[in-house]
Design a protein around this ligand. Structure first.
Ligand code: GDP
Ligand code: MG
Length: 252
């Protein structure tokens, strides 16, 4: 992420909203303890960018707040890495989908699971010609196939969760909102009902869907981003995810 000015703006806004909505103290508490969150999602969905956007802005925001009158008396110390997000890198991903892998993770007492998806907009090392035709038009089938992958992936790990008590919450973060903002109704439907939802099995009752955007970025450096989505939307979604996380982690 570049442009310190913008990130400072995000931080400032985050604090303002969190205070106004009454969850700033809770957010600080969450950031004072280390929480392990299991981060799942196929290669290229945007896990690494999501972790960066969460762990860079928020501590900055709280530190910034720390200097002001409001918080001075609270002597807040913020861990540099508030969440230990277990970002499963590309090839190692399927380790977590094996029973032993998942059980290992559970032993670590994770707070919850974030499953990152992006409505098929997976960007990874693959020829651009697999995504766009010679004339520059988009291969719609690419998205369809990768949405199927997202469903296949949850099919592998949801049966391993065991009793609902083991995991308290699962958040499906649908990232890259800058790419699909124009048709967000169908995106929410896709993850809140239908085949994706069906395959959550026992986890349905602890499942939330949150829209997100880590960075505004052209798909494979080419595709257009939604003209309706801008940085103020990005900030709003980031605040919203932090709030959902704060409330999910709760008093742990
Ligand atoms: N448009 C857009 N692209 C994103 C976003 N987040 C990540 N990307 C892009 O998606 C690609 C994969 O991101 P990365 O975080 O490495 O995915 P990971 O493989 O799941 O860790 C990179 O080219 C990013 O620039 C986002 O919010 N919007
Ligand atoms: Mg990654």
């Amino acid at each position: 992420m570049s442009g310190g000015g913008l990130e400072a703006k995000v931080a400032e806004k985050l604090i303002k909203i969190a205070i106004k909505q009454g969850w700033f103290d809770k957010l600080v508490t969450v950031f004072q303890k280390k929480h392990k969150i299991l981060l799942l999602g196929s290669t290229g969905v945007g896990k690494t960018n999501l972790v960066q956007s969460l762990t860079e802005i928020t501590p900055k925001a709280i530190h910034h707040m720390n200097r002001t009158e409001f918080i001075k008396k609270q002597h807040i110390k913020i861990a540099k890495k508030p969440f230990v997000l277990i970002d499963t890198p590309g090839q190692a991903e399927h380790k977590y989908y094996r029973k032993e892998g998942m059980l290992d993770v559970m032993k670590e007492k994770i707070s919850g699971i974030i499953n990152v998806v992006s409505y098929g907009y997976h960007e990874y090392r693959i020829g651009v010609d697999k995504v766009y035709r010679k004339d520059g038009s988009f291969r719609a089938n690419f998205l369809k196939r990768h949405r199927e992958n997202e469903i296949e992936a949850i099919k592998k790990w949801t049966p391993l969760l065991g009793t609902p008590e083991l995991i308290k919450w699962i958040i499906t973060v649908v990232t890259k909102a800058d790419l699909w903002w124009d048709y967000r109704e169908s995106i929410l439907q896709f993850y809140e009902q239908g085949k994706y939802y069906d395959n959550l099995g026992e986890a349905k009752s602890i499942h939330h869907v949150v829209e997100y955007c880590s960075v505004i970025h052209k798909f494979y450096g080419k595709g257009r981003v939604s003209g309706l989505f801008d940085d103020s939307d990005r900030i709003r979604l980031q605040v919203n995810l932090l709030r959902t996380l704060t409330e999910s982690i709760g008093g742990d």
